[in-house]
Design a protein around this ligand. Structure first.
Ligand SMILES: N[C@@H](CCC(=O)N[C@@H](CS)C(=O)NCC(=O)O)C(=O)O
Length: 216
């Protein structure tokens, strides 16, 4: 298999962490692009992903883009039922939380850290406080949902880590950044769960080298 990723990307991290968590390192060739240098903008890569974005997994004839389905594909390929249950209810749970993080939780979190962390890393100007305030309203709304859900659970589906945790937690390094202004302290269950995630070997191995520079 070949996996195309970039450094400092939550979307890439969740897939790379899945590779490590499932013990697939030896059979996965990793190609990293420097997006700022435009290394991904080639006709060869466009033929693999017409969106010209990473992550992308190529496995034989399969060219799979979008981080969340790549995680499910890798789990199914390994028969890793504990990481991504195959039964009807378990599978719906994974899809539900993956859909939710894209639309709600990480959209809000991403908007906050774009303003507070990433823009400064990329030299794109001062944070826009109005945008931060608007995103904070959504973060608090959806953060409360996750916090309630995690009450009495170590991970999103219960006792063990799954693809739902890697998806919802994909921005953890950014949320923990001292400049992030993400009010994690208001959501004790979410904060504890992020630290639990960061302590997992497969997740820890993929921590951004310079979390201060972590950006989408
Ligand atoms: N929805 C996509 C998002 C992919 C994405 O936005 N990738 C970014 C890096 S995190 C990218 O490749 N950007 C390069 C570009 O747009 O030129 C996924 O989940 O995989």
């Amino acid at each position: 298999m070949k996996l195309y990723i970039t450094d400092l990307s939550p979307n890439s991290r969740r897939v790379l962490a899945t590779v490590h968590h499932l013990g697939l390192e030896d059979e996965t060739e990793i190609q990293k692009f420097d997006l700022l240098a435009g290394e991904h903008q080639t006709e060869e890569f466009r033929a693999i992903n017409p969106n010209v974005k990473v992550p992308v997994l190529v496995d034989g004839d399969l060219k799979l883009w979008e981080a969340n389905p790549i995680m499910i594909y890798l789990a199914d390929r390994q028969g890793a039922e504990d990481f991504c249950p195959g039964d009807r209810v378990g599978r719906f749970e994974i899809l539900r939380w993956q859909s939710w993080e894209v639309q709600h939780f990480n959209r809000a979190l991403g908007d906050i850290v774009w303003e507070t962390v990433a823009k400064q890393v990329f030299g794109m100007g001062a944070p826009d406080q109005d945008k931060i305030d608007a995103a904070l309203v959504n973060f608090r709304r959806f953060g409360a949902v996750l916090d309630d859900h995690l009450n009495g659970r170590d991970f999103i589906l219960g006792d063990g880590v799954t693809a739902a945790d890697f998806a919802v937690g994909s921005h953890s390094a950014l949320a923990l950044h001292p400049q992030s202004q993400v009010p994690l302290g208001e959501f004790g269950n979410v904060e504890a769960w992020i630290h639990r995630l960061e302590a997992l070997p497969g997740w820890a191995k993929t921590a951004p080298q310079a979390p201060a520079e972590a950006a989408e």
